[in-house]
Design a protein around this ligand. Structure first.
Ligand SMILES: Cc1cc2nc3c(=O)[nH]c(=O)nc-3n(C[C@H](O)[C@H](O)[C@H](O)COP(=O)(O)OP(=O)(O)OC[C@H]3O[C@@H](n4cnc5c(N)ncnc54)[C@H](O)[C@@H]3O)c2cc1C
Length: 497
């Protein structure tokens, strides 16, 4: 078992692992709040944090009490599994498992993303090329459905339990809310050694990426983590991470950290940049997992925190994505960005916050088009492959047939690349306020790709049905939420209701 120093956390692990009876109490509280909501009212989660970008159009109904469902129930280091409450953040989950020398298969980059949110919303990270997506490490999960029943969804269960297990990923709470998830964990080493390799051309980068994903190695060395950043058509990087022990890094090595402790001016995405060849770095495992959270990838620059003078005085504990979310919340509410822009004589801007996925062979087409047409940079790249070998019979007929996870259009045995961009672009005269998002959506569709549904989406109903489960999703909805206590997937993700 690895030493507790792996956790590097001020939070005592014991307060994160609460046991069965606390979980039972949390479930009771949640059920009581469900029963208290009148049958004709819509039900929603009342959570303190969210990583959902789209603004909601309608007034929100009463919320479910999630306060007793935010921790880890137990960790079994021998079996390498954890029983986790649905609203447990990855920050807490990681702090509970690292002392055992274990981590979840996929740890999304933002600390307040919850396990339930990542499983229903298709989280992704640099392990996804080898370890799939968060829902693929779920052994079973308890889901509160629209009828108030708790169904344990699992692969080897009854047909009903299996269909909910398969349909839950990408359902975004339209079928029910996960209260407990049993997941498998993977062993970690104490450090991650990273090689940032510069490319000057997207075709070259794509070739290297494809080979590294297939061989789980780059330049003769094994890789456990892969992601990348495109700054421009001439400056792009793949970052290959490998877990290494203290012995391997050597006694003199001083691992870097990018969380504002130590060198406060250190910014992870800037550490990638160099003129040519390979730059190397070493981080403790926990610092590697949260490397993107401190500056919310690069998005913190919008708040001034990358200006050295501002950063010097910015409290270290507020260098984190959850704090930037609070500022974004104010911007959504008061349209601050556009108002400040107007004072400076700038025109209105459209928010363009999206993650899209194309098959790896279409990556050069998409990146070349994007760099030519859309005034946004940098872009984040993350390769992914489903772990599931695929079983057409599990998905049923309709648009989901042949996909292991029928509500999301990923095929087994194919390498995809997730491309993330989170910024804004000027609204051009004579175009609609959603023009950039719509153009990107059209280009992605043209290339046979699709996008994550955590942000704005503009698909018409037919296109949406073809991509995201169609009649299969309708059948699941009729089975698990017959009275429409939760919005449909289309209402939630496109109509933002
Ligand atoms: C700017 C930005 C960047 C992002 N980058 C990444 C990234 O790099 N990697 C990544 O993995 N993801 C990323 N995401 C997406 C994020 O993983 C998803 O939005 C995820 O669903 C958020 O989970 P959450 O726990 O914060 O849930 P919330 O934001 O609170 O909710 C998201 C949706 O999931 C539903 N939901 C939440 N909890 C549950 C539950 N227990 N059971 C059922 N439904 C539930 C909610 O009803 C809601 O529809 C990004 C999002 C944004 C806005």
């Amino acid at each position: 078992m690895a030493s507790t120093s792996l956790a590097q956390s001020g939070t005592a692990q014991s307060t994160l692992i609460v046991g069965e009876s606390a979980h039972a109490e949390g479930v009771e509280r949640m059920l009581a709040s469900f029963r208290a909501i009148p049958a004709e009212r819509r039900v929603r989660l009342a959570k303190k944090t969210s990583n959902l970008f789209r603004a909601r159009q309608s007034a929100q109904g009463p919320g479910l009490d999630t306060s007793g469902l935010t921790k880890v129930i137990s960790v079994d280091p021998e079996a390498r599994t954890a029983d986790v409450q649905g609203m447990c953040t990855y920050e807490d989950l990681v702090d509970a498992t690292l002392p055992f020398g274990l981590m979840p298969h996929v740890v999304p980059q933002l600390k307040t993303i919850t396990l339930g949110g990542a499983v229903t919303g298709l989280g992704i990270e640099a392990t996804s090329f080898a370890l799939g997506l968060p829902h693929e490490s779920v052994l079973e999960m308890d889901i509160l459905t629209g009828t108030g029943e708790i169904v344990t969804a699992r692969p080897g269960g009854s047909e009903r339990e299996q269909s909910l297990y398969r349909g839950f990923p990408n359902s975004y709470g339209s079928l029910g809310y996960s209260l407990r998830l049993k997941i498998t964990l993977v062993p970690v080493a104490e450090y991650v050694a990273v090689r940032h390799v510069r490319f000057h051309d997207i075709a070259e980068l794509t070739k290297a990426l494809d080979s590294a994903v297939t061989n789980k190695a780059y330049d003769g060395e094994g890789v456990d983590f892969i992601d990348g950043v495109v700054f421009s058509g001439d400056e792009m990087y793949l970052s290959f991470g490998r877990m290494v022990s203290a012995d391997e890094i050597g006694a003199d090595s001083r691992p870097s950290r990018y969380d504002g402790i130590g060198d406060k001016q250190a910014i992870y995405y800037r550490s990638l940049q160099h003129p040519s060849g390979v730059a190397t770095d070493v981080l403790r495992i926990r610092d590697y997992l949260w490397r993107w959270d401190t500056d919310w990838f690069w998005c913190s620059r919008a708040f001034g925190t990358q200006n050295p003078k501002v950063r010097k005085f910015w409290p270290q504990q507020l260098l984190r994505s959850s704090f930037y979310w609070k500022i974004i919340g104010l911007d959504h509410k008061y349209d601050l960005g556009n108002k400040i822009g107007a004072l400076k004589g700038e025109g209105p801007r459209e928010r363009v916050v999206q993650d899209v996925e194309v098959t790896i062979d279409r990556l050069p087409d998409f990146i070349s088009w994007f760099l030519r047409e859309v005034p946004i940079e940098p872009l984040w790249l993350c390769p992914l492959r489903l772990l599931d070998k695929g079983d057409a019979t599990t998905a049923g007929a309709g648009p989901g047939a042949g996909r292991p996870w029928p509500l999301y259009p990923l095929e087994s045995g194919t390498t995809y690349v997730n491309i993330g961009f989170w910024s804004s672009a000027p609204i051009e005269p004579g175009t609609s306020e959603n023009a950039w998002n719509v153009r990107i959506e059209e280009e992605v569709s043209k290339l046979g790709g699709h996008k994550s549904l955590y942000s704005d989406a503009f698909y018409d109903e037919a296109t949406f049905a073809a991509l995201y489960g169609g009649e299969h999703a309708d059948r699941l909805k009729a089975e698990f939420d017959p009275d429409g206590r939760f919005p449909t997937l289309y209402d939630k993700t496109v109509r933002a209701r």
